[in-house]
Design a protein around this ligand. Structure first.
Ligand SMILES: [Zn+2]
Length: 246
């Protein structure tokens, strides 16, 4: 393949832009924020579950306390009815004695129920403290996650703007390279880690970093300036410049 030496030099400009674009793509997929967001999201999921369990415990206790309150209320009403009956003095002495007896046991029953209710209320208070603590931790993680997402978005926007600039610069450079040479460059770039064209600097291929010697060096040295030469080692397009040491 043949190409004007000046056109060949443009491949180095193209390579510089493509290398920069490759670095931007790498930067985009390797932002530390990605890992941080994954970690924080998992943390948020886990603490959201933790909070739901803690809240369920409070809700269970609320339900129990309500039930006890209903029971206590019933006992109170029944005791009030008994008290009224006693106060009225109606009924036989035997009946009044039975009513008095029931009133005493209702009083005991009410005290027991109230003790248990008090225990439940204390448990509820402790469970509510856990909910508050877990909620605070959840809110903290949510804030951190939001901040990390905002940082990631800002960095992605920066990268996109940078890419846009590079793409804009790439267009006119690529236009100056003949289609067959561009196709070869692209083909090599795809199969050779993103580098299709490399400068020959001080007899060293900057693509594979190997020094040319013997027959290879002689072949490159004697090739016509418009001959497109390739590195024997890495097959990349070798661009000769005043620094090639030929
Ligand atoms: Zn090479």
């Amino acid at each position: 393949m043949k190409a004007d030496p000046f056109v060949q030099l443009r491949l180095l400009d193209l390579q510089a832009v493509d290398t920069a674009l490759g670095q931007l793509a790498h930067k985009r997929s390797h932002l530390p924020e990605h890992a941080e967001i994954t970690r924080l999201s998992a943390g948020l999921d886990s603490i959201t579950g933790e909070r739901a369990s803690a809240q369920a415990e409070v809700d269970d206790l609320d339900r129990d306390i309500k039930r006890y309150e209903g029971d206590i209320d019933q006992v109170r009403q029944r005791a009030a009815r008994n008290q009224a009956r006693l106060d009225s003095g109606q009924g036989s002495p035997k009946e009044l004695e039975a009513t008095q007896h029931e009133l005493t046991s209702l009083g005991r029953r009410q005290a027991e129920l109230e003790d248990t209710e008090l225990e439940l209320m204390e448990k509820r208070e402790a469970a509510q403290v856990v909910v508050a603590e877990v909620t605070a931790r959840r809110d903290h993680i949510a804030t951190e996650l939001q901040a990390a997402a905002a940082r990631r978005d800002a960095l992605l926007a920066e990268i996109a703007a940078e890419e846009e600039k590079k793409q804009a610069a790439r267009g006119p450079i690529a236009l100056n390279v003949p289609a067959d040479l561009l196709a070869l460059y692209e083909k090599i770039r795809k199969s050779s880690g993103g580098i299709g064209a490399a400068m020959l600097r001080a007899r060293r291929c900057e693509g594979c970093r190997l020094e040319l010697s013997g027959g290879d060096l002689a072949r490159v040295r004697t090739a016509a300036p418009d001959e497109v030469v390739r590195c024997e080692e890495c097959r990349r397009i070798l661009i000769r410049t005043g620094e090639s040491g030929l």
